[in-house]
Design a protein around this ligand. Structure first.
Ligand code: SF4
Length: 265
């Protein structure tokens, strides 16, 4: 069983190669900036549902961080982390600024509720490279159950409009992800077949050991991997420091001490 978990994680996460194991590992090529912590949904598994500071990063700080990231060789920037990026009224301006200073790939993940055609058109015109919809339910009822907002139909409509607005162009890339649990396979495939015509890629998000998801979803025997990781004494090392830098709303990078290891999120 343990081998299965390791194989599964190895297939999902980049490997830590020997050139990264230095006192000063290379600066990551990818970063995400938390330009807002506001959100219009209340997902049961989200930290913001329990404690939402409702903040926005100042324009000065966003632009300074973007320039600093570019100067340190970052090539891909996500203008979001937790929080819904469309809440930030300056999102289009930040996309334009990122492209102007030479960041190769600029992307967002949105819950899609506010991604109405006028807004999405503005974002596409700003030069964004990829837009990802995070859709974690396959029916209106289940969506409400998960987010406490009745917005499933609106989100699917917005995704269809995005595809229509993009037309035959290849940019921006349209992506979607959905939380995947082995006990929930049917739901994943249901949403997959529903949105397949409107996205370039839809992929499962494997969440290991999230206690809120484990509680909510009535984990079955099939989800043993999740339980094992949750209960494991030997914690998994976070490799985000090598791969993606996360810059929080106050402009710092996240760092955790976890079982005598320093990990960065
Ligand atoms: S949509 Fe994202 S940020 Fe908003 S509550 Fe859900 S998980 Fe959190």
């Amino acid at each position: 069983m343990k081998l299965r978990i390791k194989e599964s994680l190895n297939s999902l996460t980049p490997k830590i190669t020997s050139n990264l194991l230095n006192e000063r590992p290379p600066f990551p090529k990818k970063a995400k900036i938390e330009i807002t912590t506001r959100c219009d949904l209340k997902c049961y598994y989200c930290k913001l549902t329990r404690n939402n500071p409702q903040k926005e990063m100042s324009e000065f700080l966003v632009k300074k961080i973007l320039q600093d990231l570019k100067n340190n060789g970052v090539e891909q920037v996500g203008l979001f982390w937790l929080g819904e990026p469309l809440f930030n009224k300056k999102l289009s301006e930040y996309i334009k600024f990122s492209k102007k200073i030479g960041i190769k790939y600029v992307f967002i993940t949105t819950n899609g509720r506010m991604a109405v055609p006028e807004r999405i058109k503005d974002i596409i015109d700003s030069g964004i490279d990829s837009i990802k919809f995070s859709i974690n339910s396959s029916t209106r009822e289940e969506y409400y159950n998960t987010t406490k907002v009745d917005a499933f139909d609106q989100v699917i409509e917005n995704l269809k409009s995005l595809k229509k607005i993009r037309g035959s162009s290849k940019k921006p890339r349209i992506v979607a992800s959905s939380i995947f649990l082995p006990s929930n396979v049917e739901e994943f495939y249901k949403i997959n077949s529903m949105i397949q015509p409107y996205v370039d890629k839809h992929y499962p998000l494997h969440i290991y050991g999230d206690k809120n998801i484990i509680k909510h979803k009535n984990i079955t025997k099939k989800d043993n991997d999740h339980k094992i990781i949750k209960n494991s004494k030997k914690k998994l090392t976070c490799i985000a420091i090598y791969v993606t830098m996360l810059v929080s709303i106050c402009g710092t990078s996240y760092k955790l001490r976890w079982k005598n290891r320093i990990v960065f999120l």
